[in-house]
Design a binder for this molecule. Structure first.
Ligand code: DC
Length: 671
């Protein structure tokens, strides 16, 4: 997951491959509550592992559920309708799917059994209305106190006396989660009498109610339904665990990959596993909307395959009431259409993680689209070309995921120069899809020269490796420690008895390297050699063999392959001069021989190798001389390289300097 302040998405040009999506948020949190309230143990397979499920798991644990995780299985021993504690203060983050049903369940339990529970969340959660649910619970005899503003969390649920003699009324036109909450809570109170719920106003987001009813049925509760107006939970209903339940992949999360396929899957489809035509999630109907815009979709019970169909996409006019979350994805697809798109009946967007109508309009305008915004609609007029923009995500996972699709701008026939898109606070995707961007970069592809490279060249022990790793972490980029490739060639040659003078033999060794990289660890033929590579004798041999043109040539392709989305920080001797001459930022790092010898000394001692400071200094000066004077790719700054002498700089100060230079090379709209 990218826990960094921003992530720059380079312009991408195609998509294809297979993606395994995380479990559905709506299903996961409903199942957790149902399993938590049931008697006995439930096994949930492929439960979503994200912020919203973490708060639900923590709340259930606080109430006395025993929860264990083992690989893909989450085992929950439920409360059998009776919390183990009579008081609890529960923090539910920004998870509506936890706040609403837990409020209702705890209110009903407190009214029936006594107890005093508080539910609260982040600031935005305290701005999201819950008054209609509070009114319904009060009408049922529950005691609900709004601790901040009336009609909003935080709430205290304490005592009361449950009265089911009259139907309880709940509004259906603000959030379907209020009805879901009552449907999930009232089975806890119907031992002697049925519970009847009447919906006031047009019920929005009906598919989410279908998920609720479907899952209730799996836990033994058969709700009788008259249209979408009246729901009866029969007397004597009781939660019973079905034992084991599979969580299907999240259909709203699928929408981004369906869109990727529609935009850019030309040679190879985008294939989604774990979700298909048998899905119980309403957002599966996003497929129809995507098809209407031009996507070509094949499907099975448990999979989808998407390709580009019509291109450019077609603008649509669509009532989105049935796909409130996935419809956001249409707003971004609309950038690639041949005519305007009108999305209607999306008023519920205004009370989600952020005011999504306002947020979407603002960010699409930044990209260059003309957008008309109404109380419950959005019109998007596609621009001729997209502009580079720093996208605000408003702590809303869907804003981040949707707007990532703007990176496909080179596909617009009228685009001209491709532009990068900056996503601010990318970690907000953790709400439902912590590894979204990793999956995005897996499936998206682009021309190598769209992938930015930052090169850090310099002599040995100048601190390149440390600096490169730190800069890469801040930008979310990959790293290439090119010195390690010369070192591992040296090690491998030593192991195979190939002499430092045997140019052809060494080149063969370099070509045949069996390498695996895991973060900063390097494996040669399956064995970790990271520490061994730091030995001085290996460094000396690396310096010698790197003077051979055939060895350098043998390692060139391998180094180019590190240039992967979203970007690369490459350190070495010739990163800026030979390997990545088009890098937008080249830094040449220096430090005095004394400072470098001291660094190398500390590094060796810290990993348990004996070292002598004076000998190290003589050695590294000899190595500098050799690296500088060799005929091929000698160590020298690229013409346009910026010099950074870090003899007296802290690592943090060097990192800040390099990031500042990097920022200057980014589009003005990123500043
Ligand atoms: O950076 P380092 O000390 O790990 O590099 C080991 C040797 O590899 C160095 O003495 C010269 C050589 N090298 C090179 O020739 N070109 C590079 N890009 C990186 C390292």
């Amino acid at each position: 997951m990218y826990a960094i302040p921003f992530l720059d998405l380079p312009a991408v040009t195609s998509a294809g491959g297979c993606v395994q999506l995380p479990g559905s948020k709506s299903i996961s949190n409903r199942l957790l509550l149902l399993a938590g309230l049931s008697e006995g143990q439930t096994e949930l397979i492929d439960l979503l592992d994200s912020d919203d499920t973490h708060v639900m798991l923590a709340a259930l644990t606080a109430l006395g559920c025993v929860i264990e995780r083992e690989g893909r299985i989450t085992r929950i021993t439920g409360l059998a309708g009776r919390p183990a504690v009579a008081t609890a203060d529960l923090f539910l983050g920004n998870a509506g799917t936890a706040m609403r049903p837990l409020t209702a369940a705890l209110a009903v339990l407190a009214a029936r059994l006594g107890g005093n529970y508080t539910v609260r969340g982040v600031v935005r959660m305290h701005e999201r209305p819950i008054g209609d649910l509070v009114d319904a619970l009060r009408a049922l005899g529950c005691v609900v106190d709004c601790l901040g503003k009336e009609g909003f969390p935080p709430l205290r649920l304490a005592g009361g006396s449950l009265d089911l003699s009259a139907p309880v009324q709940v509004r259906g036109d603000v959030s379907s989660q209020f009805l879901t909450a009552l449907l999930l809570a009232l089975p806890l109170g119907v031992a002697h009498a049925p519970a009847v719920i009447e919906v006031v106003g047009e019920l929005i987001s009906k598919p989410y109610i279908e998920i609720t009813l479907n899952l209730l049925a799996r836990f033994g509760i058969r709700v009788e339904r008259e249209g979408w107006q009246r729901f009866t939970i029969p007397a004597g209903s009781r939660y019973r665990t079905p034992g084991r339940v599979h969580v299907e992949a999240d259909a709203s999360s699928a929408s981004y990959f369906i869109a990727m396929g529609a935009l850019a899957a030309v040679d190879e489809p985008v294939r989604i596993e774990g979700l298909g035509t048998e899905s119980i999630q309403g957002d599966i109907r996003f497929i129809e909307a995507a098809q209407a815009m031009g996507a070509q979709i094949a499907s099975g019970p448990n999979w989808l395959e998407i390709r580009r169909g019509m291109w450019p996409l077609r603008g649509v006019t669509l009532d989105c009431n049935h796909i409130p979350d996935a419809a956001m994805t249409l707003a971004v697809m609309a950038l690639y259409a041949d005519s305007p798109t009108l999305l209607t009946n999306i008023g519920s967007w205004r009370v989600k993680e952020t005011d999504r109508i306002a947020a979407m309009a603002t960010e699409l305008r930044k990209l260059g689209a003309e957008v008309e915004e109404g109380a419950d609609f959005l019109v998007i007029i596609p621009p001729k070309r997209l502009q580079a923009a720093a996208i605000h995500t408003y702590d809303d996972h869907r804003m981040a995921m949707c707007l990532s699709l703007a990176a496909f701008n080179p596909l617009l026939a009228t685009q001209g120069a491709p532009v990068a898109v900056r996503i601010l606070d990318p970690k907000c995707v953790a709400k439902t899809f912590p590894d979204y961007f990793e999956a995005f970069f897996e499936l998206a592809a682009t021309e190598p020269d769209h992938v930015p490279v930052l090169t850090l060249d310099g002599p040995t022990a100048s601190g390149k490796g440390t600096l490169a790793a730190a800069v890469a972490e801040r930008l979310g980029y990959h790293t290439l420690d090119s010195g390690s490739l010369y070192r591992v060639t040296a090690l491998s040659a030593q192991m195979q008895g190939v002499a430092a003078e045997d140019e052809a033999g060494l080149a063969q060794v370099a070509e045949g390297l069996d390498l695996r990289f895991e973060g900063t660890r390097l494996y040669l033929a399956g064995n970790e050699v990271s520490d061994q590579l730091r030995e001085e004798s290996i460094g000396v041999m690396a310096s010698k063999i790197s003077a051979w043109p055939a060895v350098r040539a043998a390692l060139t392709d391998l180094q180019h392959r590190f240039r992967r989305l979203p970007g690369l920080v490459a350190d070495g001797r010739d990163m800026g001069t030979v390997i990545f001459p088009d890098a937008p930022l080249k830094v040449f790092l220096t430090a005095t021989p004394t400072a470098r010898a001291e660094r190398r000394y500390k590094q060796l001692i810290s990993i348990g190798f004996p070292a002598n400071l004076a000998a190290l200094r003589t050695d590294l000066e000899a190595r500098d001389a050799r690296d500088r004077t060799r005929a091929v790719a000698p160590l020298q700054p690229a013409e346009e390289a910026l010099l950074l002498d870090n003899s007296t700089l802290s690592i943090e100060a060097s990192v800040e300097q390099v990031l500042a230079w990097w920022q200057q090379r980014r589009p003005a709209s990123f500043q």
